[in-house]
Design a protein around this ligand. Structure first.
Ligand code: ZN
Length: 221
């Protein structure tokens, strides 16, 4: 594993200022990355120390006011979910165990779509702000070069893939913005399951393959 979330992302993760999808992608990376886990633990410790030295907020003058404030807080309708066991998913006749942070969302994983039996994608309903997909790329497949209007984050869950910039393996976390054109590929004997988070549709820039043509100018994986 050689591609990690940048330090400012880890710091924002600790401070709780990341958007929910990035936070959840980082959480999955942390499951398999002791190095980032250590950084997060250290930052959490610093945060805790900073908090313990922070001035104490003034308490309300009377408890009736405080009680009134608490009961008018909006109730959280989301049921509390305890961390669950790793869950299996099956695609292209192969079964993979999902990381625990992702297993929580296994009920929200939609049907797999196949693109020519080479690339498969399944949406995960997590947030309205971006598209989250599980993507499976079979061995020896080249995805046409494309760029993005927004930001694409990819987390490798199984196997690996390469692009013009390097080779990515389990746990690697990549962020590509609109300035980057790339054409991911898998080698013979290498397949890849990854989590792809897109804030905008991807746009193909060259030699658009027949399989991808039908989606017009932009498509989500
Ligand atoms: Zn890491």
């Amino acid at each position: 594993m050689s591609y990690h979330p940048q330090s400012d992302i880890l710091q924002a993760y600790v401070e709780g200022s990341l958007d929910e999808v990035t936070a959840f992608t980082v959480a999955i990376h942390l499951e398999s990355c002791p190095q980032c886990k250590r950084k997060v633990a250290l930052a959490e410790q610093k945060c805790g120390e900073a908090l313990s030295h922070a001035p104490i907020e003034q308490t309300p003058d009377n408890f009736d006011d405080m009680f009134a404030q608490i009961v008018t807080l909006e109730q959280n309708s989301e049921p509390f979910r305890a961390p669950q066991q790793a869950k299996p998913i099956t695609v292209n006749n192969k079964t993979f165990m999902l990381p625990r942070a992702l297993g929580r969302f296994s009920d929200q994983i939609g049907d797999w779509k196949s693109y020519g039996g080479k690339v498969f994608s399944a949406p995960i309903e997590i947030a309205d702000s971006c598209r989250v997909n599980l993507m499976y790329i079979a061995e020896d497949v080249q995805i046409p070069q494309h760029t993005h209007k927004g930001i694409e984050s990819t987390l490798v869950l199984h196997g690996g893939f390469s692009d013009e910039d390097g080779h990515y393996e389990v746990g690697d976390y990549l962020v590509k913005d609109a300035s980057i054109k790339h054409s991911p590929f898998t080698k013979p004997g290498e397949d890849c399951l990854c989590l792809a988070v897109l804030t905008e549709p991807m746009i193909f820039t060259q030699g658009v393959a027949r399989l991808f043509n039908m989606f017009g100018k932009g498509m989500y994986p």
